[in-house]
Design a protein. Structure first.
Lengths: 149, 149, 149, 149
């Protein structure tokens, strides 16, 4: 188990209307979409795809264990910043940590911490998917290196 | 173009919390999920699947054109009945019509019409999907017969 | 009924993983979220909010009738451009028209038309919402002017 | 902190098409909707609502901390059973535990454990919601009794 801290990676976007619920706030499950959107963006920033679409040697990253804790509500049109860190790179899995901050605008200051979460994902080659078993394999060396960049 | 009216097919379920938005009502896009859920149930009632998972001769039914009009709002925990009719069976497509009624309870009377909608779906063999083109083919005779049952 | 064409308004973003379905393409209902996201952005560009949160004189815009037709599939990580035009401004409602284009990259050329849709929305004052009736009122003059900008 | 085990509570339903993603399996975030749907059903079985809609003395239960771990994938049209137990009743919060089982049919045997999860929810009176602060209060005695039934 190699543990290290990659440089922080983040993205901002406004809360959409469809992400709210009748309590007037963002539905709690939407935060898992925010995490995954940022995970996908992180992979793209490394020149990869979170889901190798059928190409030879492609990998997918099904979730193994996820959590989120909620510190304060966010509302429609609030600007939310999602920050990702690579918390752990294991033999066959990665742990991404997330922090969510409400910001004063699209280019403004972070104002309030909203939530914290985690996605543990496993490395599964695309060809395994067809077999209807999601067996994790060792993460290829080239991918491990990209995570450290 | 063969046009006919199949006997009405329906299902009821309660509105879930995650289906509401900050206006306190069901989000308009949720009605398309209600339609598709009923479409899938309709196919199962005919001994088929709406999405033939890879098996030889399987078909998928991508949407070609859809609409919904909204007559009255529905709320969390309301019982909604979705009624499906096969409006048209064309050479390569089917039009399903939907009516939505709020009911006085899980086994109660329909009380108020909530919405009307339509899904036009095309017949696409599973093997075509891989080619990244969704070309519709003539609906097989056995499936057409199932629609008439 | 006043009909006019506002200058086109658009936004681009990548398709997220959670927006796909097991057919490997974007789920058809996601296009209604794309339309609403662009509608909200349009209102913000006019200095308003699509959902006046409780403030005096605020308005919401529940959907009255919506449709979408699908010309070609889009995939995970494709860049989709959503173009909005104000098609009609009626006494109590607005019709927004949408066209969806797949683009060759975040700053690249539009490549292929993917879908077309429409949202007809009604003007409902926030205080009416509490009464559990969504009665539309005449669109205030100041808002009509903002639509023409 | 009072800890106890309520009798298990469960519900079954089929996986819907819109709940799958391009990996061909149920999207991981959908499990949080399954948990919440079962939580809402649990409250109804106790004669309450998970979201007291404005009535005097009503309570909402925003999530404080949630997690899910995934043991095996589930697919479109699989029958999934969600089992809820009241794990802990605290002064101001409740922990619901969940286990997910794939079943051989709508009235068939549980076949395979799919996932485990947890929702920790806080007791917030409806009138507090308007103040845009979600401060938890002690759970009223009548509600605590209902949880024990």
């Amino acid at each position: 188990m190699i543990a290290f801290m990659a440089s922080e990676f983040s993205r901002r976007r406004r809360i959409e209307f469809a992400e709210t619920d009748m309590a007037g706030i963002v539905h709690f499950a939407a935060f898992f979409r925010f995490m995954e959107e940022t995970e996908a963006l992180f992979w793209r920033s490394r020149g990869c795809s979170m889901f190798g679409r059928g190409e030879e040697g492609g990998y997918g990253w099904p979730k193994v264990r996820v959590f989120c804790e909620y510190l304060a509500p966010v509302y429609f049109e609030d600007v939310l910043e999602t920050r990702l860190v690579v918390e752990k790179v294991g033999e066959r899995s990665i742990v991404f940590g997330f922090r969510f901050w409400k910001c004063s605008g699209e280019s403004g200051e972070p104002e309030k911490e909203i939530a914290r979460g985690e996605l543990k994902v496993a490395c599964v080659p695309m060809e395994r998917r067809a077999e209807r078993e999601l067996k994790a394999v060792p993460i290829p060396k080239e991918l491990k290196e990209k995570l450290r960049e």
